[in-house]
Design a binder for this molecule. Structure first.
Ligand code: ADP
Ligand code: MG
Length: 489
């Protein structure tokens, strides 16, 4: 079974002491989360869940994931500016999915009024798994044999609130420590440096500079209470590492409705501070809009001159439905004229199928009902815990036969990620060596208008690792642990 510890034995007593010192290390490095019991407290924090050792990733897969990020950034940027494509792709979803429809209505209102800020900022994260469906999975396979045959497959592209860039940067030091203490032989390149929060914040500062008012602040739209607050604080810190003069203000959507105003020339003010950039860390889930006032706040922001990260059209471009539509033959090529880049993107797509109420959708639904274990059924939601698996797929799709609500979902081929072994360190749980699977994320930034791209970068990576057999993902939701890659040839 693949593990970075291959050939290295750790005695139980030594292991317990290593876990304790790794936790201490995570605490001083700042891989922190607020607690479930006290999510609003600024004095009670704990370490975020993390994998004791980094997980093995073939260097070629990591290079591929990072190498296509700029093309993906550009693809999603262009998709978000193509009104016709968005409308065609989302028309059946917005008929049946209230949340997407409300986002769409804001987009349409602002589009008809005319966008007051042509430039948008994308702080994206592209998530992948290492698919081993085509690999002979027997115990005798060496790491490099499996690695050579594992394929990089995209899980989803996040355009809003791409998180953990701060916490994962802090974890690099923890993993250098645990690897060294366990006497695993490695070279420096196998644990690559990683500071995605700094890269994302460089994008944010570029947007702030583009706005052009040195006295204007950056607004973090952030839930209260928020367990992942420390990841936001990391972002704030990285902004000040770049330029100490930039003010960051925090506010949630509910409070913004009373704190915020627009000047006649559409400048955005929060408590009298002019806002240059709006960075959303909430707003991606219906739970963030408990009443009309949160929707009104969102509309006000979209109407403003502030640079939005993301704009409402980036958020729409990040829906599962758009991902499925981009997997159609020729769709990527419509946006990227470079055939080689379009091909590279296409190779990471898993099978994705529409469930619109037409003969094609009927066939796809039938295919999933007959073999539910081969698919994941996804609604238009973000943040983990929303997908359907196995018998649930069968029941749901049978119930939705002839129901337009089916078009609110998409069907995705199930990925069978490379199984490794690791210790997952979670507060209040004991850690034993267990089978785990990982998801790789690559962060990217893009700043530009419909016609002009000013910045386009790949800025670092994330790994999240969970026990084998757990369907869902997400660190906030408690399924996954933070992790980093250990690269092998
Ligand atoms: P969300 O927006 O909720 O994060 P995702 O599409 O990322 O939605 O799905 C959540 C989790 O479900 C992922 O982190 C991954 O662990 C699992 N998952 C999603 N799609 C697949 C797939 N095609 N095959 C296997 N697991 C998947
Ligand atoms: Mg996800």
């Amino acid at each position: 079974m693949a593990t970075v510890l291959e050939g290295t034995k750790i005695e139980e007593k030594k292991l317990q002491s290593l876990i304790e010192s790794a936790i201490d290390r995570a605490l001083i490095d700042g891989a922190l989360m607020r607690t479930k019991e006290n999510p609003g407290s600024s004095v009670v924090v704990n370490h975020s869940p993390f994998a004791l050792f980094p997980s093995v990733v073939p260097q070629s897969l990591m290079e591929k994931a990072k190498g296509i990020q700029k093309s993906f950034n550009l693809l999603m940027h262009r998709v978000s500016h193509d009104h016709h494509f968005l409308e065609q792709a989302l028309q059946n979803v917005i008929k049946v999915d209230d949340f997407t429809r409300r986002l769409w209505n804001i987009y349409n209102t602002v589009r008809e009024e005319g966008f007051k800020q042509p430039v948008s900022l994308g702080l994206f994260r592209n998530d992948f798994m290492m698919d081993t469906k085509k690999v002979e999975r027997n115990e005798d396979c060496s790491l490099s044999q499996i690695g050579e045959n594992a394929q990089l497959k995209q899980i989803e592209f996040n355009t809003i609130a791409s998180s953990f860039a701060g916490l994962v940067g802090a974890l690099s030091d923890v993993h250098r420590y645990t690897i060294a203490k366990s006497k695993v032989k490695y070279t420096k390149n196998q644990l690559p440096g990683n500071d995605p929060a700094l890269g994302l914040c460089r994008g944010m500062v570029k947007a702030w500079q583009h706005y052009g008012n040195k006295n204007a602040a950056i607004l973090f739209v952030s839930s209260v209470p928020e367990r992942n607050r420390m990841d936001h604080i990391w972002m704030e810190k990285k902004i000040s590492d770049i330029d100490l003069s930039i003010d960051v203000v925090y506010c949630n959507l509910s409070s913004l409705s009373s704190n915020m105003s627009l000047s006649p020339d559409k400048k955005l003010f929060v408590n009298n501070a002019e806002i240059a950039v709006v960075y959303y860390r909430e707003g991606y889930s219906p739970d963030h809009y408990p009443s009309q006032k949160e929707w009104d706040a969102r509309l006000t922001i979209e109407r403003s001159k502030a640079i939005k990260c993301p704009t409402i059209q980036y958020q729409l471009a990040g829906t599962k439905k758009i991902q499925q539509e981009l997997a159609r033959h020729g769709a990527v090529e419509k946006f990227l004229s470079d055939e080689k880049e379009a091909n590279k993107i296409r190779t990471v797509f898993a099978g994705q199928y529409s469930l619109d109420l037409n003969p094609d959708g009927d066939r796809n639904a039938e295919m999933a009902i007959n073999n539910p274990g081969d698919y994941v059924l996804k609604p238009q939601r973000e943040g983990g815990g929303n997908n359907h698996y196995d018998d649930e797929i069968k029941t749901l799709l049978s119930d939705l036969k002839n129901d337009e609500a089916r078009a609110g979902y998409i069907l995705m081929e199930k990925i069978y990620p490379w199984v490794q072994k690791n210790y997952l360190i979670k507060v209040g749980e004991s850690s034993v060596l267990r089978e785990v699977v990982s998801e790789i994320g690559v962060y990217g930034t893009i700043l530009g208008s419909a016609d002009d791209v000013l910045e386009n970068e790949e800025v670092g990576h994330l790994m999240r690792t969970k026990f084998l057999g757990v369907n869902e993902g997400g660190v906030n939701t408690g399924y996954s642990c933070l992790d980093t890659p250990f690269l092998i040839e």
